[in-house]
Every structure is written in C-alpha cells, then in structure tokens.
Design a binder for this molecule. Structure first.
Ligand SMILES: [Zn+2]
Ligand SMILES: [Zn+2]
Length: 91
C-alpha cells in the first residue's frame, strides 16, 4: 500500500515535469514512503497523521497535504492570504 502510493507520487512528479522539487531542498525523507520534506517537523507530522493514509490534495504554496479540498481551501485562506484558492491533486 505504501509502495503503491510512492510509485504513484513518482509518476505524478515526472508528469508534472518538475522532479527537481522532489530532490532539492528536501532534507528529510520519510523512512516509510520516502517522501521528502524541507522541515523535520513536517516529516514527523506526516508520519503521525498521513503516512499510510491517502491524502489526495496538496497546498501548492507550502506542500501541506490533505484528504479534503475543503481543508486546504480553509488552510490557504488562513495561511496564504491573498493567494489563489488552488490545490494540487496528487492522483
Ligand atoms: Zn511516509
Ligand atoms: Zn499552505
């Protein structure tokens, strides 16, 4: 399940044509799914709340993941004031 998710994420990265995002400035990697994070606390949060689950959406501004677009729209309104309401669909 984790491996499957990882493969999907990699395919997505290639399709988007920006694999660098996944290899630059990602100093911390989840030992379970190998997803990269710029901050260790983001990785810890990911491991506690997201790894093994299936978040489908991601904030394009900070990389926050969520299973629900509503949560990200609320997040963007709160933390990225003035920026467009837009989420990245992971798969
Ligand atoms: Zn993980
Ligand atoms: Zn964000």
């Amino acid at each position: 399940m984790v491996t499957q998710q990882n493969i999907k994420t990699d395919i997505y990265a290639v399709r988007r044509g920006r694999p660098k995002v996944y290899s630059v400035n990602k100093n911390y990697h989840c030992p379970r799914c190998n997803r990269g994070f710029t901050l260790k606390r983001n990785m810890v949060k990911h491991q506690r709340h997201e790894c093994g689950m299936e978040p489908k959406y991601q904030c394009p501004y900070c990389g926050k993941l969520s299973k629900f677009t509503q949560n990200l729209y609320a997040h963007i309104r709160k933390y990225h004031v003035g920026l467009g309401l837009y989420v990245e669909k992971l798969y």
